[in-house]
Design a protein around this ligand. Sequence first.
Ligand SMILES: *Cc1c(COP(=O)(O)O)cnc(C)c1O
Length: 469
Amino acid sequence: MKWDDFAGWGSRIADWAQDYHLTVGDKPVRARTEPGDVLDSLPLFPPESGEDMEAIFADFEEIVMPGITHWQHPRFFAYFTSNAAAPSVLAEFLTAAIAPQCMLWQTSPAATELETRMMDWLRQSLDLPGEFQGVIQDSASSATLAAVLTMREKALNWQGNQQGLFAQKPLRIYCSSEVHTSVDRAIWVAGIGQQNLVRVPIKGTWRGMDPAALRAAIEADIAAGLQPAGLILCVGGTGTGATDPIDDCLQIAEDYGLYSHIDAAWAGSAMICPEYRHYWPGVERADSIVFNPHKWLGVQFDCSAHFLKNPDDLVQTLAISPEYLKTHGKDGIINYSEWSVPLGRRFRALKIWFLIRSYGLEGLRDRLRNHINWSTKLHDTLALEPDFEIITPPMWSLWTFRYAPQGATDLDALNLALVNAINDDGRIYLTQTRVDGDLVIRFQAGQFETTEADVMMAHTVICEIASRL
Ligand SMILES: *Cc1c(COP(=O)(O)O)cnc(C)c1O
């Protein structure tokens, strides 16, 4: 293909994308393919000679699209949403065209400086104090890994990278039972070991860490000759929206000199609304905070916002600075690759800029508030159905329930059958989780174009399909 032909195809694809977003609500949400269907449709060998774009595009529609689960569907109520608001998709198109690699300031000064400003816009939007600085990571998992590595290096007086962990005292890191699996992986990759990740018991309707149990666990470790190194808290956990008592736990982190990291990957977006900030009182005491603007805020995937009270700790952990990466003669510049595990960096700040300017913070807040209000309304109506039990209450727009008709025996099997039947039906898409060992069904609303009617349709679908089981 020649660049001369690009504009024609570009506008054709833009038309396609607009039509896709306007009509995706008519499709079944979850893909209806069987395992191997797509694989079997693909040639076993790569072509030796070039093919026409027309043929490539036809196969995209015929082979790929039927195997897509529609994350931009207005009735996608599974997992958490991964939004793609129109202006951020346009920014991503531009980024794909320029394709800069933004590891250093000089490898695209505009990318670095736009990132600095966008992270400060996000910081202000969440009302975090000015002492926090930000960096865009590729995922919350990467941000959490970077935080765990920082915990490790700080606790080892910056000797872990040099000496390895073989001769060191075991380091201990504390979290609740509700944190995301990315925490476990960070602990593995950092060489700290699963057995040194201490799961502190939870209590209360927010399913948050019990501060007294945290203090007791730290004291017991110190008495046993182990070295407490860090605390990982969650705000809006993935299963049920579990939220730790931030202020109380961060006080304990300060008392024992632990580096602290807050994972608010999903719920962080809602903190642009002042009325939800009571969920993280004392957040300004944390060392590190991550949230994913690509989940609920509307930024096209991928984009993780990582705030740091003292970026020097992170840079001291991750910076290598060999001679060929140095940019000489420029003072006060930031090389963001020193703030992240991967060296290469995509230009992600542009899509934040386009999104925030296009909607304004008020426009974004309105959307989030609607999602929460409609989800709560759905919760209230399902709570009135005698055959359904609410298991966990709405945390922002996420809550869980269970189908428990009188006389039913194996509720786990029944609810799994219900989720599967709902997803086969295709009008809505839900996923399950476990709460205290029981299989329950999650509901969350957050797709950018969802309406009150879309959310309330879930009531009809859930009751109708349950009655048919
Ligand atoms: C989604 C999610 C993650 C993982 O995010 P990635 O960006 O995919 O790594 C981590 N923690 C929580 C609470 C999440 O909801």
